[in-house]
Ligand binder design. Structure first.
Ligand code: CO
Length: 223
């Protein structure tokens, strides 16, 4: 049976960690103290811990199709509140990826099922930036741009949640970031959307959006 190999892998993995750091799991059992909350896509090619070389206990993770942050999504909001209020994470990172099937489906109005309703949020991003987006050539470049825009807008949504706004209001140190991961080379692109306070939000977003557009200037008719 194929699953056998997963159990074998698991035993080897646990042995390896214990041999490198004796008592690792015993210590981890007592408490977790991650510094980072990762909000990423469910895509199997974007394994959160591995990409940033982190061990169990170092990264708190929430993943969904196309790394969307919706103001009424109790699942995501609960993860965020626990991460900020209880775990006291210092950084929340929205991580999109190039070649995202969810973003592509949204871009092309593909009907795939229930997810169409979820991806409607990505279509909102597309529609909000439609004039700029559609002067880029149809294909991978426009898709890359929407993957980046989606990260920018979802990071903005994180900043606007009551959870983050309340943390900032009481002076808690939380920085929200937006990254895009490359499936083709395994590398992360920083969207330079790093927001540390409510006051900084509008300025950082405007600058990040401007930077993003500049990166695509060579591909468009006008920017
Ligand atoms: Co994806």
């Amino acid at each position: 049976m194929k699953l056998d190999s997963l159990f074998e892998n698991n035993r080897a993995w646990a042995r390896d960690i214990e041999s490198r750091s004796p008592g690792f799991f015993t210590r981890l059992q007592q408490q977790q103290s991650p510094q980072y909350l990762w909000i990423g896509c469910s895509d199997s090619r974007v394994p959160a811990n591995e990409i940033v070389g982190m061990l169990p206990g170092e990264l708190f993770v929430h993943r969904n199709v196309a790394n969307v942050v919706v103001h009424s999504d109790l699942n995501c909001l609960s993860v965020m509140e626990f991460a900020i209020d209880s775990l006291q994470v210092k950084h929340i990172i929205v991580v999109g990826h190039y070649g995202c099937s969810g973003v592509k489906a949204a871009m092309q109005n593909l009907r795939i099922g229930i997810a169409d309703n979820w991806l409607r949020h990505v279509q909102d991003v597309r529609n909000q930036h439609r004039d700029w987006l559609y002067q880029l050539p149809d294909g991978p470049i426009r898709l890359d741009a929407l993957c980046e825009l989606n990260v920018l807008e979802q990071s903005l949504n994180v900043c606007q949640t009551t959870v983050v706004q309340d943390a900032w209001a009481r002076g808690q140190e939380v920085v929200v970031h937006g990254w895009v991961y490359g499936l083709n080379n395994g590398l992360i692109n920083d969207m330079r959307m790093s927001v540390a306070s409510a006051d900084a939000l509008a300025g950082v977003y405007a600058q990040a959006l401007d930077d993003l557009r500049q990166r695509y200037a060579a591909h468009g008719q006008s920017v």
